[in-house]
Design a protein around this ligand. Structure first.
Ligand SMILES: Cc1cc2nc3c(=O)[nH]c(=O)nc-3n(C[C@H](O)[C@H](O)[C@H](O)COP(=O)(O)OP(=O)(O)OC[C@H]3O[C@@H](n4cnc5c(N)ncnc54)[C@H](O)[C@@H]3O)c2cc1C
Length: 466
């Protein structure tokens, strides 16, 4: 198995050249004639060229200033085909984009060219009440899709904490999991994505209908091997989740509760454990007491019946109930915007000197956490997330890391790996380096089949060598 690469110090080589003025003019004229909305103003291009990469001080200097030369906002799969055809014929790079909330520069156009803003394709196309299967366009906001599904008593199985701002297409192509991962694992686990409609990047683009198996290589491929125009997903029965904030004076007891609660017959959708100094830097929902910096907090989304049981278990677990309210009915920030990478967002909002890591902790977790704490002291603050990984209950971690330069970050990454943690490095640019470090031959084969000239989101698929 190839080892995951070190932190990047430069952009990938072999990127396509930026479009010439003549290419851009010809392409723009063709697309305007096809009725495609063009986004050309400098401030529009600035917005279309950035995502949330500033959380990484490694990526920030590499990506700042990378800019699209033209933006387009198609409103139908036919218009997407017109864009793809024009880019293929003129040899211009094309980067798809949703809401731009990705964290690794996934939608930043490394080679200039065109950015395709997918938010114009935003319809729920069909819902089957018998199976709960939904088909929707990539630009629909997840919160809007959630709202429409709720009317049928259904819900999305997995949501990023950016559910209010992110699109469905961006989540499938760039996300990995989040709220719901405790029950449902991760987006790439077979069973979530049931099919895709895809436009290829060719002079005569094809509109393909891919089944679940054929769609898998495009799942989490950063839009580098096909433009998604519709997504078919499994959904879950909606549950009126209760939001619970629990407090623990002792870290060991909080950690034990984070391991024990998901192993019981409790219906939970989310469990995050925040070490006291992290909790102290977060905003809290209206009516929930501020954190005092001494007690650790466990954030839960639990079904009503489970919430009742948890209240009874708390004295034995060494914790106490600090706050409870039904999801969707509390005021101020909801719990689901305090977990996953929203924890990092809030901490950085107060103290921008923090960055973060993402890892699956080795088992048993307590010795590894203790070893890291001993070596890194206050430079590492713990934020854990309970997840289901390959069918087993595990603890993932999104620790806050005090930025002390790339060498220190690399040493921390190496230490985590030595202890047996699986890193999902958020300080790298390619699909492979952010995952297990290995090239997925199916993703590369899909790129060869659907983007033979290598113009889709260039530089993001390490396995692509042209
Ligand atoms: C505060 C914060 C919290 C976050 N929490 C989570 C979390 O809990 N879980 C998680 O997984 N992620 C999380 N993220 C990352 C990100 O929000 C999600 O992955 C989100 O779903 C991305 O959606 P987007 O619409 O912003 O996509 P974008 O950032 O615009 O795009 C993401 C990728 O998808 C590709 N893409 C977009 N549309 C298409 C299309 N039509 N066809 C092909 N490719 C396309 C883009 O090229 C890009 O590579 C978080 C980010 C932030 C800033």
């Amino acid at each position: 198995m190839a080892l995951p690469s070190a932190l990047p110090t430069a952009l990938p080589t072999g990127l396509p050249a930026p479009a010439s003025a003549e290419q851009l003019a010809a392409l723009g004229a063709e697309l305007a004639a096809a009725g495609v909305e063009l986004l050309e103003r400098p401030e529009q291009l600035d917005v279309l060229s950035a995502d949330a990469f500033v959380y990484s001080p490694v990526l920030e200097p590499l990506l700042l200033g990378r800019r699209a030369q033209l933006g387009v906002r198609p409103r139908s799969a036919e218009q997407v085909r017109a864009v793809a055809a024009a880019c293929a014929r003129h040899g211009v790079a094309l980067t798809p984009r949703g809401a731009g909330t990705g964290n690794y520069g996934q939608s930043v156009p490394l080679a200039g060219g065109v950015v395709l803003d997918g938010t114009g394709l935003n319809r729920l196309r069909s819902f089957d009440p018998a199976t709960g299967v939904v088909t929707a366009e990539p630009g629909i906001l997840l919160a809007e899709l959630e709202r429409q599904l709720a009317a049928h008593g259904r819900a999305l199985r997995l949501l990023p904490s950016t559910v209010r701002s992110a699109t469905l297409g961006g989540f499938i192509a760039g996300g990995s999991g989040g709220i719901g991962s405790l029950r449902w694992g991760f987006l790439r686990d077979p069973g979530h994505l049931l099919g895709l409609e895809v436009v290829t990047l060719e002079a005569e683009p094809r509109l393909l209908q891919l089944d679940a198996l054929e769609a898998q290589p495009l799942n989490h491929a950063y839009g580098s091997n096909g433009i998604l125009t519709a997504i078919r997903l499994a959904t879950a029965a909606a549950v009126p989740w209760q939001q619970l904030v629990l407090g623990f004076d002792a870290w060991e007891q909080a950690l034990a509760a984070a391991q024990q609660l998901p192993a019981m017959a409790l219906e939970l959708n989310q469990l995050a454990l925040l070490e006291a100094p992290v909790a102290a830097l977060l905003p809290w929902p209206s009516g929930c007491p501020e954190a005092d910096g001494r007690s650790h907090r466990l954030l839960l989304l639990a079904a009503p019946a489970a919430a009742e049981v948890i209240a009874g278990l708390l004295p034995g677990l060494g914790g106490q109930l600090i706050w409870q309210a039904p999801q969707g009915e509390s005021r101020g920030i909801p719990l689901r915007e305090l977990c996953w990478n929203h924890t990092t967002l809030h901490v950085r909002g107060r103290e921008p000197g923090w960055t973060y890591l993402q890892l699956l902790l080795p088992q048993p977790e307590p010795p590894a956490l203790a070893a890291l704490r001993q070596a890194w002291g206050d430079d590492l603050l713990w934020h854990l997330e309970a997840v289901r990984s390959f069918g087993a209950q595990r603890l993932a971690a999104i620790p806050l890391v005090r930025w002390r330069g790339p060498e220190a970050l690399q040493a921390l990454i190496d230490h985590c790996r030595e202890l047996g943690a699986v890193l999902f490095n958020p300080h790298v640019l390619t699909v492979e380096d952010g995952g297990l470090g290995v090239v997925d031959a199916d993703q590369v084969a899909a790129k060869r089949a659907y983007d033979p000239a290598g113009l889709l989101n260039p530089g993001k698929l390490r396995g692509w060598t042209g």
